[in-house]
Design a protein around this ligand. Sequence first.
Ligand SMILES: N[C@@H](CCC(=O)N[C@@H](CS)C(=O)NCC(=O)O)C(=O)O
Length: 240
Amino acid sequence: MAMPRKYMTSIAHSGNHSPMENITLYNYFRSSTSYRARIALNLKNLNYDYKSIHLLNNGGEQNSEEYRKLNPMGGVPTLVHGNHVIAQSSAIIEYLDEAFLQSYQLLPKDAITRAHIREFCQIINADTHAYGNLKTLAYLTKNFAAKDDQKSAWLNYWMHEGLSACEKILEKTSKKFCFGDTPTAADVFLVPAVTTAIRFEVDTKKYQNLTRVFDQCNQEEAFMKAHPFRQIDTPADLKI
Ligand SMILES: N[C@@H](CCC(=O)N[C@@H](CS)C(=O)NCC(=O)O)C(=O)O
């Protein structure tokens, strides 16, 4: 994978790991949390083995006893680096940034900008994604007999809550990307969230800064390669 050289920082080669280290990503083409991890790996120019966990087949491979040993919450992605197993996309992305200091940095050094980028990421991770997760929607169906249009209204509501908050932040912080002229972890979280919103026919066009940054990111190789429709487990009829 090509290093996004135009964004290379001057950070010292002080990490303990080289980009050739043994990394496996358990993930699923369509999962937005997996998509985050793939973008981060690409931006950092790290090679990895792609292990597909199909979220629908056989009651969901994420629910198997074997997979839950790796990921107790039964979600994707899970990163395996050598002997280390890390679940939760936020933890994975921050781990990669800290373990591979020599490659492109997703969080800047400045403490306050880091905090604001993490704030942005958590709006998407904690306050938006969790409400639309497969298991959340399945629970609404199973326990409250929610119909498709009700689940769609639910999803729309929480996505707009999150995306409108993101837009307010981007009004102040965005340039080419969410926080300035180079991609950060904020862009890594934003693109999968907007991709999912579009898939569920949420009107994202009204968020002008968000749409502009989304379009910009999608022209970047690291983001393009991570797209759900370009993965090894993408069904043939969706592949681009
Ligand atoms: N907060 C977790 C969420 C992981 C997660 O639940 N991912 C979804 C896919 S986007 C999943 O695996 N869902 C499986 C299910 O709901 O059964 C993370 O960021 O890694």
